[in-house]
Design a protein around this ligand. Structure first.
Ligand code: 2P0
Length: 349
């Protein structure tokens, strides 16, 4: 191995937005969820993380920067991802002595998000997916997206779903070591390629209550949570997979909106209550209802994550009725960031 040679690999990872929400862990160390979840991966032409991983004997320590700012790489979650990836590379090196000993070199990881970090726009999902895949590429690991999803999950639960495009499930699994808590493809993007998402940025501020802290407060105190995890979500997972298989937008939309409401209801049922949606969010719900009523059929579906921003799913044929309506009112509404607060994404990529 040349002394100061720098080995390098880069990747993009897209944001995913859940339509059946992950909220609650049965194991906080391994990020094992109490319920399964399902998401749509957005186009990586739009919201995405770009990460370059490099390693060299000239690097003194592992480092991570995000948007030019040094990050703490010593957190147990990041360390779990690095440990697993290095161990897979070590296995390869032990089987093939002609391979460079990259597993013993320090890593430099450089990430850029092209959207606000930690504002409920799934930044940790794209972030850990890109981190894991860039290092897997650097190490030339023969790991499948499923195997990488198991590793990325330990960085951030929702990250496991960003290793796949299209419509993606995440099995809660039952093994204590998390080996079966992995993401899987429900349908590829081209199965339902006219799905679109408009993102309404009510606030690009960092959220008050982190997902990790919020979901464990819900697990510990919400009476509604048990019913959601044990009964409501398992049934919705089946119904949502069927809606996607049949490309039934009305069913997809109804399940998406109801599951967002159910998730935010458990947040409100947490002691002390957690408010992620605000007045602007509720205005977006009412606009969606009005759009559907005017159309005389369901043409759009809102969903909110751990923040006030709305993601509204619709089909390309209804672009004018949905994105057009939001475009028409954005400039007039206080609370929205004017036209900058609206972004049309191609979903299901
Ligand atoms: C989701 N969210 O399914 C849900 C809906 C927020 C609301 O996954 O603690 O950042 O890193 O595993 O993945 C946000 O939680 O939490 C999330 P950790 P994560 O997309």
């Amino acid at each position: 191995m040349e002394d100061n040679k720098v080995y390098r690999a880069s990747t993009f990872a897209p944001v995913n937005i859940a339509v059946i929400k992950y909220w609650g862990k049965r194991d906080t160390k391994l990020n094992l969820p109490t319920n399964s979840s399902l998401s749509v991966t957005l186009s990586q032409d739009d919201l995405r993380t770009h990460t370059t991983a490099s390693c060299s004997a000239s690097f003194a320590s592992d480092t991570l920067t995000l948007n030019g700012q040094p990050q703490d790489i010593s957190t147990p979650r990041t360390q779990a991802c690095l440990r697993e990836l290095r161990s897979l590379r070590k296995d390869l090196e032990s089987k093939n002595s002609s391979l460079s000993q990259l597993s013993s070199l320090q890593l430099k990881i450089v990430s850029e998000n092209n959207f606000p970090t930690a504002a409920g726009l799934a930044s940790s999902a794209a972030g850990f997916a890109a981190l894991v895949r860039s290092i897997a590429n650097l190490y030339a690991l023969p790991a499948s997206p499923t195997e990488l999803s198991r590793i990325a999950r330990q960085g951030s639960g929702s990250a496991c779903r960003s290793l796949f495009g299209g419509y993606v499930g995440w099995n809660h699994g039952s093994a204590a070591d998390g080996s079966d808590s992995i993401a899987y493809e429900v349908a590829p993007a081209d199965h339902w390629s006219d799905m679109r998402a408009v993102i309404l940025v009510a606030s690009a501020e960092k959220k008050d209550v982190s997902s990790t802290a919020g979901m464990q407060a819900t697990v510990g105190t919400s009476a509604l949570f048990k019913a959601r995890a044990e009964t409501i979500v398992p049934q919705r997972m089946e119904e949502m997979e069927e809606a996607i298989r049949k490309k039934d937008f009305a069913a997809f939309a109804s399940l998406t909106m109801r599951d967002s409401n159910s998730f935010h209801a458990t947040c409100l049922d947490t002691d002390p209550p957690i408010f992620y949606m605000n007045d602007t969010s509720r205005a977006a719900v009412r606009v969606c209802q009005a759009i559907n009523e005017t159309a005389g059929r369901t043409v759009c579906a809102y969903t909110f994550d751990a923040g006030p921003n709305a993601v509204v799913y619709y089909l390309a044929a209804d672009e004018a009725a949905v994105a057009g309506t939001f475009r028409g009112i954005l400039g007039e509404k206080t609370g929205w960031e004017g036209s900058r607060g609206e972004k049309v994404e191609k979903a299901g990529q």
